[in-house]
Design a protein around this ligand. Structure first.
Ligand code: ADP
Ligand code: MG
Length: 242
């Protein structure tokens, strides 16, 4: 729809701007780091009471940690934005899903979360970038885990129709409030202490690069279903060729 397209364009120009700013921040941060180091060195040669030097040195240490933290945030952001052309191969979605579940099995077990996988019929292969796909599943499953209490259920369903292959990730977690649903894919939107708010932005970007899409339905205190829709291999060629 036109509305969606305008929204997409607005998001991508904002992201482009943000990436430029993030990139520009690199040099001043570097300079800050060097000068903090210099101050620290000079301070230690100063004829001042040891207690005063120590206290100032502690403050400088905190500044340097914060500079490092800022640098980390910027690098993560730039990394998340970097567009990569997907390396497309034939993919059996359930196979890749199994790999990711295997990778996350310890965390799932620690959180006492039960996983059910349900596939109706033979699932057609799709063309996708294996690593990017893993990143998508990982992020979606991680969010589901983080939303649930011990004893929660993660229900994974796979199905297909003439056009697409669908993967549904249903959880019995806290759900998402109506007003938050609109902001899910915004970078840095998070309701978690220490959350990055980048997971779903990355998921959406990768799904779009695959000609697919991601949908979220949720009910607060009941749970959430994330739907990934991929174009079928036979459809993809036509779609890209048209
Ligand atoms: P993060 O996980 O770092 O917060 P994400 O982009 O992965 O960032 O998710 C953004 C927000 O979307 C989360 O903070 C959470 O509020 C909400 N969310 C995503 N998935 C779920 C889910 N399965 N259940 C409840 N809330 C979710
Ligand atoms: Mg997340």
């Amino acid at each position: 729809s036109t509305e969606q397209r305008i929204e997409d364009e607005r998001t991508s120009s904002v992201l482009l701007l943000a990436a430029g700013v993030a990139h520009e921040l690199g040099n001043p941060l570097n300079s800050l780091n060097i000068h903090l180091q210099l101050i620290d060195r000079k301070l230690k040669k100063l004829a001042a009471p040891a207690a005063a030097v120590d206290s100032l040195s502690d403050s400088i240490g905190i500044c340097r940690d914060e500079v490092r933290r800022l640098d980390g945030i910027i690098n993560n952001f730039l990394e998340a934005l970097r567009p990569r052309a997907p390396d497309l191969t034939e993919i059996h979605l359930l196979e890749v899903l199994d790999e990711v579940l295997h990778f996350q099995q310890n965390e799932l077990a620690d959180r006492k979360i039960e996983v059910e996988v349900e596939a109706s019929g033979e699932l057609p292969v799709i063309m996708a970038d294996r690593n990017q796909l893993k990143q998508v599943f990982f992020n979606v499953i991680k969010n589901a885990m983080e939303a649930m209490e011990p004893g929660g259920h993660l229900r994974l369903k796979a199905r297909s129709d003439d056009e697409s292959v669908y993967l549904l990730f249903g959880d019995t977690g806290v759900g998402i409030k109506q007003e938050d649903l609109l902001r899910l894919f915004e970078p840095y939107h998070t309701t978690k202490p220490g959350g990055s708010g980048l997971g779903l932005m990355i998921v959406q970007r990768i799904m779009r690069e695959h000609g697919g899409q991601v949908g979220v339905e949720s009910k607060a205190k009941v749970g959430t279903v994330v739907t990934l829709e991929f174009p079928r291999k036979d459809r993809r060629v036509r779609m890209l060729g048209s």
